[in-house]
Every structure is written in structure tokens, then in C-alpha cells.
Design a protein around this ligand. Structure first.
Ligand SMILES: *Cc1c(COP(=O)(O)O)cnc(C)c1O
Length: 379
């Protein structure tokens, strides 16, 4: 018997669950016709704040612009140094470079894939010694788990650096009782379709408890508007979320808590069944991941062979990330923490991610688990 094709991320199953609600939401927007800054924007922002506890939620165009808007709100300029992990999606550092500032790469922990605070300290010291002007830290909540904020926050504070949490993968996660969105000076996220909370196009948001930052950001998403959009009081951008996407996201956010639970049940089953054959992801004590990815390693095995064998059995995989940013053509001239980034370099050779989405049934999970066990043992 041939089995149905396994999806790496199954957006169709989610859509099927809420399709009538999505259709009705889209119809409402078509009926009122306020495609830009329609009433769904404020409603969605209120829902986001109710969900994560942030005082202000600002919907915006995508997760990359969300980071850019935060940096622009802080007045980041040439000569400034901003510390961020190298083992991340390009956006995190890209935006720093856009503004003429220097991304300064920091290493990670090999169990959580998140920022290592010792490497952060080393990077800050070498940046100061080299005459850079350290201004901020961007942590990444990679694969859905919050970075270790109890370790990072005191360092940022002692060094006088602002903290931006890039939660493009981690929105919905909890760090020791604190919701992602309420940590740092601000948090950015993405609603790219494949993220844990995704729309049907591009989208993003910024969260902050600061009234002042909120006011600046709301101006910047509409070309630096003052009294109105033809009164320009600062350099901004077209950074708005579309009304249509907000209408869709309202429906998706309503089922997000249930989906987070499902993701955690699946991750727990994967980990229980696989921890003796592969290096399974570690979740820190008291934390809840949203499992943007379920990423494993099989050290000492040939990753290419393992992946090829899994794919041949119909188990899709992905590699996030095959090359850390400090080794990429566009970024290799930027500085890294003293001592280099050995963990980022090693895990990039070893990681691969398994199918993860809330609609993965137990039979499919078991097929994936059995496949990984057999393939890794044979590789
Ligand atoms: C996806 C992602 C982004 C960018 O989000 P977009 O909405 O695609 O611009 C930024 N940072 C990280 C860590 C991401 O995974």
C-alpha cells in the first residue's frame, strides 16, 4: 500500500480546518474595501497583545522589515556594532548591514542552537577594543525556542546595549513563564507562511512595552508620518501589513494555542523515540518551544546519505542552516567573536530537520520515527 505523501509543513491541512472562517474573513475585506490599514489591522494588533501580553503590537510588512524598523527606531548608523548569532536566517544580520552598521557574529550553544553568552561577552570586548561602537544585541529564538534571556539580559544591560529579540521563529514560545513578545526592548516576528503563525503572503509584527518606541514605530511604518502621511517627520518606509493578511491572521491566531500544544505533543513523541539514535533538541527547563523546526543531528554519520535515504522513503527533510552567516560570501568580511564560532560551524555540517506541523498524525509520526531509526543506524 502506498502512503500519502508526507508534507514537511502541511499548510493545506490547517487551511481545511478553518477554510469557512478564512473565506468569510476575506469576503469581509472585499466588502468593506479598506485594503490598507482597514479595521482588521487594529483588531489583529489587539489580539496579538492579548495573546502575548505585550503592551503594544505593531503589525508590519514582514519579519525583515520588523527588524529594520526596530533598528531605524534606535537610530542605528555606520560605525555601530550589533551582536547577533551567525547560525540564523540572513535577515538578522542583513538589516544591520543595510543601515551601514556592523553585524558582529556570536556563537551558539550546541543543544539549544541559541546565543552563547560567553561568546557574546567576548564579542563585545573585541568590538570595543577594535574601536566599534556597540549599541545593541539581536538574539534569535531559533527553531521556536526562546534564547537564554536570563543569561543575555544582564550582559546587555551592564554594557548599555538595547536588546531586540528576533522571534520570527519563536513567537508563541514561553521563556520561564515570560511570553515571547514581552522580553527585551522590542521583539520582531514574521508571518511568512511557513512560520509557526503564518499568513498567506508576507507579514510581520513588532512588540514593545515602550510607549515612546511604539509611537516612533507607528510613524515609521507609514513613511515617517506625523499628523498624517503627508506630514513626514522622520525617514520611515512602507512597512504596513495588508488588511487582507490581518483578516486571515485573526482566524489563524485563534487556533494557534491549540496548534502549539499539538506541536509540543509531536516533538515530545519524536524526542522520546529518537533520543538514543540522534541528538534531539534540548528545551531549557521551564520553557515552551513552538517548534518552528524539529532539528536533529547524527554526529559521525554522513548527513547527505541520511537525508537521501530518508527522502527515498518519502520523508522530507530540510537543512537549516547549511552555512552560518560568517562563512557566507556577503557576510564573511564582518567580524566574529574572539575565538571564532566553532559550534556554529560544526552544527551547520550536522543538522537536519524533520517534518513538523500540528497536523502530523501519529501514524505518520511513527513512520518518520521508524525511518530515522533505521536510516541512521545503517548510515
Ligand atoms: C524568517 C526569518 C526572518 C525574516 O522574516 P521574513 O518575514 O521572511 O522577512 C528573520 N529572522 C529569522 C530568524 C527568520 O527565521
Amino acid at each position: 500500500m502506498s502512503r500519502p505523501k508526507i508534507a514537511f509543513i502541511d499548510l493545506a491541512a490547517q487551511q481545511q480546518r478553518i477554510r469557512p472562517k478564512i473565506d468569510a474573513a476575506v469576503k469581509r475585506v472585499l466588502d468593506h474595501g479598506q485594503y490598507i490599514m482597514g479595521p482588521e489591522i487594529a483588531r489583529f494588533e489587539a489580539d496579538l497583545s492579548a495573546f502575548c501580553g505585550a503592551k503594544h503590537s505593531i503589525a508590519c510588512s514582514n519579519g525583515t522589515d520588523a527588524i529594520a524598523l526596530c533598528l531605524m527606531a534606535k537610530g542605528v548608523k555606520a560605525g555601530d556594532a550589533i551582536f547577533c548569532p551567525s547560525f540564523t536566517f540572513a535577515s538578522t544580520a542583513e538589516v544591520v548591514a543595510w543601515l551601514g552598521a556592523t553585524p558582529y557574529f556570536v556563537d551558539i550553544h550546541d543543544d539549544t542552537y541559541n546565543m552563547n553568552v560567553d561568546s557574546l561577552r567576548a564579542a563585545i570586548a573585541s568590538a570595543r577594543a577594535a574601536g566599534h561602537n556597540p549599541v545593541g544585541v539581536i538574539t534569535v529564538d531559533l527553531f521556536g525556542q526562546a534564547a537564554d534571556y536570563d543569561a543575555v539580559e544582564p550582559v546587555a544591560e551592564a554594557e548599555g546595549l538595547w536588546l531586540l529579540c528576533d522571534a520570527a521563529q519563536g513567537f508563541g514560545a514561553t521563556y520561564k513563564g515570560r511570553k515571547v513578545g514581552t522580553i527585551g526592548e522590542f521583539t520582531s516576528t514574521s508571518f511568512f507562511p511557513a512560520k509557526p503563525l503564518g499568513c498567506y503572503g508576507d507579514g510581520g509584527a513588532i512588540f514593545t512595552d515602550s510607549d515612546e518606541v511604539n509611537e516612533v514605530l507607528r510613524s515609521m511604518v507609514v513613511h515617517g508620518k506625523g499628523e498624517d502621511k503627508y506630514d513626514n517627520i522622520r525617514i520611515g518606509m512602507n512597512g504596513r501589513l495588508d488588511t487582507m493578511q490581518a483578516a486571515i491572521l485573526i482566524e489563524k491566531l485563534a487556533i494557534f494555542p491549540d496548534e502549539i500544544d499539538a506541536r509540543n505533543r509531536i516533538a515530545q513523541r519524536y524526542s522520546n523515540a529518537l533520543s538514543n539514535v540522534v541528538t534531539t533538541p534540548a528545551v531549557m527547563e521551564g520553557c515552551v518551544s513552538v517548534w518552528a523546526q524539529y532539528t536533529v543531528r547524527a554526529p559521525g554519520r554522513d548527513r547527505a546519505k541520511v537525508i537521501a535515504a530518508l527522502n527515498a522513503r518519502g520523508v522530507p527533510t530540510a537543512v537549516y542552516y547549511p552555512k552560518p552567516l560568517h562563512q557566507q560570501t556577503a557576510y564573511r568580511h564582518y567580524p566574529s567573536a574572539e575565538g571564532g564560532l566553532p559550534v556554529s560551524e560544526r552544527v551547520a555540517q550536522e543538522v537536519f530537520s524533520l517534518p513538523m506541523h500540528p497536523y502530523l498524525d501519529e501514524e505518520t509520526q511513527d513512520f518518520i520515527i521508524d525511518s530515522v531509526r533505521e536510516v541512521v543506524t545503517a548510515a
